[in-house]
Each structure stands twice: as C-alpha cells, then as structure tokens.
Design a protein. Structure first.
Length: 236
C-alpha cells in the first residue's frame, strides 16, 4: 500500500499526498493507496496529513480554518495543489484507498462523499480516535470497511472480542516492544480481521512481516516493496 502515495520514493521527495504521488504509485502497479483527510471550513475533504499547511506547502494556517478557495492557493513542492479527495476518487477509478480520518470535522463529509459517489466499497477508513471511528461507523451503517482504533487493537492483543473493525493496522514495533507477533496475526485472522503494518520501508523487515503472514504492508518506499514482492513472486 502506497503511504501518502509513496512519500519517500526517490522521485517523489517533498510531494507526499499529491495527485502526482498517487498517479505515480498507480503507474508502478499499486492498486491500494493510503492517504489522510481533513475538511476545510466549508466542508470540502482534502488529502493532507498535517493539521496545518506549514510543513509541506508554501502557505501557513490550519486546514479547518480555511475555505477550499483559500486552500487552493497553497502549493506542495512549489507546483502541486492540495488534492480534493473527491478528485482522487474520480481520477483514479481503479484504485482502492485506505483513509486516515484526521479530524472530527471530516467524519460526516467523508461519509456523505462515499455515499454520493458510490465509493463505499473502495475504501477502508481508520482513525486514532475511537469515538471518531465509531461516529463514522454509525453514519455509514457498516457499509464501509474500517480499521481498529488503538483501544480496539488492545482488545485483540489481549484476546478479547472486538466487533466493528475489519482490519488491524499497527506498527511492527512500539519502541522496544514488538507489536506484530505470530500470536497477534493468528488472533486477528481467527477474528476474521486482516493485519496491515505501517510504515515499513526496509526490505528485510518487509520480508520478515510477509513471512509472518500479514495481509498488507504500508510503505513510503513503493519501489522497494515492489522489488521484494517481485522477488517472492507475489507482485501482480
């Protein structure tokens, strides 16, 4: 899965979450793309990681405080507009998106957009906030696959029942503690959940996780993951 379109691919440095990054990933052969969404002050969803523009654009300010017209003036890498999520869905009709729901203000706009565009079966939505992802689930009535929030991941790790999520999306390690273990993969699969690991950019680590039986890897290095999968005969 191409994290922010493949944020650390040598050809895309500084261009994370741009239309060019996502198109680049699809040209490499990726069908699954990862992004983040925020809503502008007037309720337009945009693909952008940070709450503020400062780090990767030539403008400053909080996205939720700006109108979509104001946001359209910001450029990533000096030439790329911040993409609207609706445009990504339309321009990349064969792509599937993993969406990190970054703010409360984006919950209803995302639910409404997926319903109005018929894209509910093209996305998996996650959030680090349990109330936020539960709100999204209520609005979509279970029609959209969702990833477990951290509190739900903890239940799976403890061997407790967990209803709602279809996917565990977790880091390989948290500090010195290994999160993705054979037991976790077994428990998730027994509960009919897939396991996706983020953000994996080292080829040896990619191979180790694939050997454990995880179902997906989220990477900034789309070039390296493709090489690993090709070597294993798993790229198609």
């Amino acid at each position: 899965m191409a994290h922010r379109g493949g944020a650390q691919h040598p050809d895309l440095l500084g261009l994370e979450n741009t239309a060019e990054a996502f198109s680049h990933a699809t040209r490499l052969g990726y069908r699954y793309l990862e992004t983040d969404v925020h809503a502008t002050r007037d309720g337009v969803l945009v693909a952008f990681h940070d709450e503020v523009l400062d780090r990767v654009t030539d403008r400053t300010g909080r996205i939720e405080s700006l109108t979509s017209a104001q946001l359209a003036e910001a450029l990533i890498g000096g030439r790329h507009a911040v993409p609207r999520f609706a445009e990504l869905l339309a321009d990349l009709p064969d792509a599937r998106f993993n969406v990190d729901l970054k703010s409360e203000s984006a919950v209803r706009p995302l639910a409404d957009l997926l319903r109005s565009t018929g894209a509910e079966d093209r996305v998996c939505v996650g959030a680090f906030s349990l109330p936020r992802i539960r709100s999204f689930r209520r609005l979509t009535g279970g029609r959209v696959a969702t990833a477990a929030a951290p509190a739900e991941v903890a239940r799976v790790v403890a061997g407790l029942p967990c209803r709602g999520p279809a996917v565990l999306q977790v880091p390989h390690r948290r500090g010195r503690v290994r999160v993705v273990t054979p037991r976790l993969v077994r428990r998730a699969h027994a509960a009919r959940m897939h396991v996706h690991v983020w953000t994996v950019d080292d080829p040896a680590e990619m191979a180790e996780l694939l050997d454990l039986g995880v179902d997906g890897l989220i990477t900034d290095r789309t070039d390296l993951l493709r090489e690993v999968l090709e070597q294993r005969g798993s790229w198609s």
